[in-house]
Write a protein that binds this ligand. Structure first.
Ligand SMILES: [Zn+2]
Ligand SMILES: [Zn+2]
Length: 256
């Protein structure tokens, strides 16, 4: 195992969950899958829920929160979330609750975590930057547009899980009702492939060993389109670029 490792249980509008481990500390970011499904997907990655030190929640949307309460209650694990996410009332009782204060660094054992405010239509959404032994991983999905604050916070990562939610043309001609199209494509919705590419360019690619296209819309995107949008930035070295899928997720990736 490398210094910092990550894997995805699945990514997309039907459910998201990401595993982060540095060999000493292991946490789950979000759990948009029901209890049994989450346990099954964890097992696929060689993890038993009791091995998790905590679950961190980005925001209260069902594709991130659905399984957090059941998992925490069943296996007695601590949940970290912002007061705003808690006030949405969607979590239920959990054995141990810890507040995340946006922009205030905290640690879970050996993992150092920066919660970063993002523009998204939830009560108090954050995304995370993880650091362990001089390696940094950014988890950045569910943002309507790239802000200066986000660009500053996620610069200098060694790996990045980045939202490539939709292709603008597919969203425009796709099956969503007009109101939902405006929400998804708007400033407080989700990041389009072209926006992900622009953001990546601003972040700088020198240090990035892995870029994971994530949270792809089932109806409004295709993996090829996300890859096509980002690969011109990589000077032909597309091996750094991978896609996290809804069903299969993403197997363990080591940051060297
Ligand atoms: Zn969301
Ligand atoms: Zn989401």
């Amino acid at each position: 195992m490398g210094k910092l490792n990550f894997a995805s249980l699945g990514s997309g509008s039907k459910g998201n969950a990401t595993l982060i481990s540095d060999g000493e500390t292991q946490v789950l970011v979000d759990c948009g899958f029901g209890l049994r499904e989450a346990e099954r997907r964890l097992a696929r990655l060689g993890v038993h829920p009791r091995q998790l030190d905590a679950v961190l929640v980005t925001h209260e949307h069902g594709d991130h929160l659905r399984g957090v309460g059941p998992l925490a209650r069943r296996h007695g694990m601590p949940v970290y979330l912002t007061p705003g996410t808690w006030l949405s009332g969607r979590l239920g009782e959990v054995p141990q609750r810890h507040w995340i204060i946006p922009q205030s660094r905290f640690a879970i054992r050996s993992l150092v975590i920066d919660p970063i405010t993002v523009p998204h239509d939830a009560r108090e959404p954050v995304q995370f930057r993880f650091e362990s032994r001089d390696r940094r991983l950014g988890v950045l999905t569910d943002l309507g547009h790239p802000t200066e604050h986000v660009i500053e916070a996620f610069s200098g990562c060694d790996a990045l899980i980045l939202e490539c939610n939709h292709d603008r043309y597919m969203l425009e001609i796709g099956p969503y009702p007009p109101r939902l199209k405006r929400r998804v494509g708007g400033n407080w919705g989700h990041l389009a492939n072209v926006q992900a590419a622009a953001l990546l360019q601003r972040l700088g690619l020198d240090r990035l060993q892995r870029i994971v296209c994530s949270h792809l819309s089932e109806h409004n995107n295709r993996p090829e389109l996300a890859l096509e949008a980002l690969s011109p930035l990589l000077d032909g070295d597309a091996s750094r670029l991978i896609v996290a899928a809804q069903d299969r997720g993403l197997h363990w990736q080591a940051i060297n």
